[in-house]
Design a protein around this ligand. Structure first.
Ligand SMILES: Nc1ncnc2c1ncn2[C@@H]1O[C@H](COP(=O)(O)OP(=O)(O)OP(=O)(O)O)[C@@H](O)[C@H]1O
Length: 328
């Protein structure tokens, strides 16, 4: 018997770890573009899941944005069936007419289709193929736009997406390993032209920035960026827990917050409380910026009788009688 190629073994191990202890008896669904990362993930899941008593399926989304995209989706689905995955679906989506730029609109449509498929099949989890390299790119892009800790924490290995557990088993696996695994398994990889399109910031980071960083600072830089994300994620989770307890302690009535309680909190906790509260009031998260939170914070820490603060979603918050409240 031929020896198992080390990248294939490493990816199977990563998937086995991600599936260990996963609650729910439903199948796991791999979101597969046909690119090296998600193809290697799907191949490993097809091997590992049945051996741990679980069914594994595949969903590929056709964004309809490139000539031949339906054929690509059909090819990926056909491979999924041959690999023993079940259920297998190729889902067409409509990207036009969604808010945000083309990249954001495609992501939005894709995740909606993936979550719908996961619900339809009662899936225990949805698996996506982000690698250590994607994480390093995410952290660099976050640094470059001046993101706070939430952005620097990068992508979590596990989170809930509209009630569906979303897992990223390959965050410690490199892109080189996924490519080598696909080659070792004889899989034909689809090259997404967007990945090489310099009009996308991520593609420029991938093609131009990271190679320069690695050339100047050494290979370790990619692991180090990913480690920074893990460290910041742990601190952020702890601060989020403190903030959620502080939010409960600051409540006044159904929709108010006591200024005196807020004023006693450390700034890092208070701004999280205000952010969480603004979301609870109905401010759309994507539109809620640090400037909005700073304006809310000023009602507590820089109070000089200023008027109501406007938040996205047409909300207004005012300070009255020592309490922050939404007003008309
Ligand atoms: N068209 C698609 N259909 C299903 N899942 C997708 C699709 N595009 C992306 N995904 C999922 O989202 C993950 C991240 O996609 P993205 O395009 O950001 O990264 P990538 O590194 O190019 O991944 P890949 O090499 O798998 O295409 C993929 O690994 C895959 O799990």
């Amino acid at each position: 018997m031929a020896a198992l190629a080390p990248p294939v073994a490493a990816i199977r191990l990563a998937v086995r770890r991600a599936l260990t202890g996963l609650p729910g008896g439903g199948p796991v669904l791999v979101a597969c573009s046909g690119g090296a990362d998600s193809l290697a993930l799907a191949a490993a899941t097809a091997f590992v899941a049945p051996r741990s008593g679980r069914r594994a399926g595949l969903v590929t989304v056709d964004h309809g944005l490139q000539a031949g995209s339906a054929g690509r989706a059909a090819d990926v689905a056909r491979w999924g069936v041959e690999a023993g995955l079940d259920p297998v679906e190729a889902v067409p989506v409509t990207v036009a007419g969604r808010p945000g730029g083309p990249e954001a609109a495609a992501r939005d449509a894709r995740y909606q289709a993936l979550v719908d498929a996961a619900r339809r099949h009662g899936a225990a989890a949805l698996l996506v193929g982000h690698t250590r390299d994607d994480q390093a790119e995410t952290v660099l892009l976050a640094l470059a736009r001046g993101a706070g800790p939430r952005g620097l924490a990068g992508m979590p290995p596990r989170r809930e997406l509209d009630g569906v557990p979303l897992l990223r088993p390959l965050l410690d696996v490199t892109r080189e390993q996924t490519r080598k695994a696909c080659a070792a398994l004889g899989l034909t990889v689809w090259e997404d032209p967007h990945n090489a399109d310099p009009s996308y910031a991520r593609a420029r980071v991938r093609a131009d920035v990271l190679p320069v960083l690695v050339g100047a600072l050494g290979e370790g830089v990619l692991d180090n960026l990913a480690r920074t994300a893990r460290l910041v994620a742990a601190d952020t989770a702890a601060l989020d827990d403190l903030a959620s307890a502080a939010l409960a302690g600051a409540r006044v009535g159904a929709d108010g917050l006591a200024v005196a309680v807020l004023a006693d909190l450390p700034g890092a906790v208070r701004t999280r409380v205000l952010h969480a509260w603004a979301r609870e009031l109905g401010a759309p998260p994507a539109a809620l910026s640090h400037r909005h939170v700073a304006a809310l914070d000023a009602l507590v820490t820089d109070w000089h009788g200023q008027g109501a603060t406007a938040l996205p979603g047409g909300l207004r918050v005012a300070r009255r009688d020592g309490t922050l409240r939404p007003v008309d």
